[in-house]
Design a protein around this ligand. Structure first.
Ligand code: KIV
Ligand code: ZN
Length: 523
């Protein structure tokens, strides 16, 4: 890899997913990992295998599935974590073990109650153990920015000599500022004799809103891997936002003189997919992917952009995949045309997946004259990745009007009762509310909707609607919280589907996963 190529290490599925409100189930993680490989990230940190059985399974499945991208599993600096991480990632084309231990006295003394010498030994032993499994080993001295510099340099030197091929410098608590962080990286280049044997990486948290700025300062100082997350999600205030860091490097190429392997046209779809899966939207003024990121409100700006976009736009919306709305297909489009279009969008579906996809495509094309790429992306989520849950909606009938009380009939199939169908009717404040009440009557669920988010996928009154809800239910003394999605051309149906999807996820959490215990394993 050339010296000016920045490795994009995505940790959305690890650091991002471990933060409250962003948890994903297995199918969602697989769906997202597929999208990350379309986006062109170099490394997917798929999870922390020893933290739970669920994490182990999903890392393993991602490792066996994605091609052309490295898959990393996180492990604390102990043999059990490393062995389990290896077990989870060994099926990947290019597996990476990422092991870490803290280097700051604050952590060493107060959290681990150890000495610097003991921690150094553990770090070296961890790298050596990981190296016994794979040549691709990353080491992170956690809380590096609050560590004694000379000790940090000693640890970086020792772990490189032990075989680490990447050393990642984390600003774990988001404490650093750009000039200081750049200076730290320069210090390491000047004081670690073996530093050129490894790639220097950075992992910045955003507690002071400086994660992207710090990562870029590190790149200027010689770092060549950025750890980041889509939409900047992650512990507390989040991590370096992938889209911001990548677009900064691209837009200011003359300054950084570096490149990434990211297909920037996939940025918007990736951001939207994450929003869709987690139900957490980005603020409208969020750089690159916020709804207003390319909106020009003032008259002077609009006038300038109409004359020449360069007047007020430093990058084009098309570059990040905004405003494609490419008309693709309709009711009469043949199977071949649809397959070709999916391929050009980066999807390669198995025969079975295509079969399921076509059922959804035909149903949509029958009612919607024009089908856009954005519609296809949502349909793929529905048809290919959505897990089969306990309940399936088989009919919805809504009756509403300005002067008649809304009433909805819902029919549900219950897989736990041999597919028996039950229906009920309820009133409510609108068709969705009435439908949700009908579902509550049929299932007897204690779950309730907490947030409701509606998006029209493409323009026009026949747009496909996507509803994302978060629903909560108390279970064994704890509050379970999930998101559910529903897509339909009718708003009420989409709302009811999203609630039933949430119920299915709650059932799954209760039955299969139990409640994930992350307390001890959290980093
Ligand atoms: O923030 C942090 O220090 C981490 C490490 C595990 C890299 O997430
Ligand atoms: Zn982190």
């Amino acid at each position: 890899m050339n010296d000016n190529r920045i490795i994009i290490f995505d940790t959305t599925l690890r650091d991002g997913e471990q933060s409250p409100g962003f948890s994903m189930n297995m199918d969602e993680k697989l769906h997202f990992a597929d999208q990350l490989s379309r986006l062109g990230v170099d490394v997917i940190e798929a999870g922390f295998p020893r933290s739970s059985q669920g994490d182990f399974e999903s890392v393993k499945r991602i490792a066996g599935r994605v091609k052309g991208v490295q898959v990393a599993g996180l492990a604390r600096a102990n043999s059990e974590d490393i062995d389990v991480a290896w077990d989870a990632i060994r099926g990947a084309e290019n597996p990476r073990i990422h092991t870490f231990i803290s280097s700051s006295d604050i952590h060493i003394v107060h959290q681990f109650k150890k000495t610097r010498e003991e921690v150094l030994e553990l770090a070296v032993a961890a790298v050596k153990r990981a190296k016994g499994y794979t040549s691709n080993v990353e080491f992170s001295p956690m809380d590096a920015t609050r560590s004694d510099r000379a000790y940090l340099a000693q640890m970086v030197q020792a772990t490189i000599e032990a075989g680490a091929t990447t050393v990642n410098i984390p600003d774990t608590v988001g404490y650093s500022i750009p000039s200081e962080f750049g200076d730290l990286i320069r210090y390491l280049f000047a004081n670690v004799p073996s530093i050129h044997k490894a790639v220097i990486s950075v992992h910045c948290h955003n507690d002071l809103g400086l994660a992207v700025a710090n990562a870029l300062a590190a790149v200027e100082a010689g770092a060549r891997q950025i750890e980041c997350t889509v939409n900047g999600i992650g512990e507390r205030a989040g991590n370096t936002s992938l889209e911001e860091a990548v677009m900064a490097v691209k837009t200011r190429a003359g300054l950084f003189n570096c490149t990434t392997g990211i297909n920037t046209k996939q940025i918007m779809s990736t951001s939207k997919l994450l929003t869709h899966i987690t139900g957490v939207t980005v603020q409208p003024n969020k750089a690159i992917v916020g709804a207003n990121a390319f909106a020009h409100e003032s008259g002077i700006h609009q006038d300038g952009v109409l004359k020449n976009a360069m007047t007020y736009e430093i990058m084009s919306p098309e570059d990040v995949g905004i405003g494609r709305s490419t008309l693709v297909l309709g009711k009469h489009s043949g199977r071949h045309a649809v397959i070709e279009r999916l391929k050009s969008m980066g999807y390669s579906l198995s025969d079975d997946e295509l079969e399921r996809f076509f059922k959804y495509f035909k149903a949509l094309a029958d009612v919607k004259k024009q089908v856009f790429e954005e519609d296809l992306e949502v349909l793929i989520g529905e048809a290919v990745y959505k897990e089969k849950g306990r309940f399936k909606v088989t009919n919805v009938q809504v009756s509403t009007g300005m002067y008649s009380p809304p009433m909805t009939l819902v029919t549900l199939k219950d897989r736990d009762r041999d597919g028996a169908e039950s229906f009920d009717v309820a009133h409510g404040n609108g068709g969705v509310d009435a439908g949700v009440n009908a579902v509550i009557k049929i299932t007897g669920t204690g779950a309730r909707i907490r947030t409701f988010n509606l998006v029209a996928i493409t323009g026009g009154s026949d747009a496909l609607c996507e509803v994302t809800v978060t629903a909560e239910e108390e279970y064994e003394g704890r509050m379970l919280r999930v998101t559910g999605n529903g897509v339909n051309i009718d708003i009420s149906v989409a709302g009811i589907l999203s609630f039933v999807d949430a119920l299915n996820k709650l059932e799954y959490r209760k039955k299969v996963n139990g409640i994930r215990e992350r307390v001890e394993a959290r980093v």
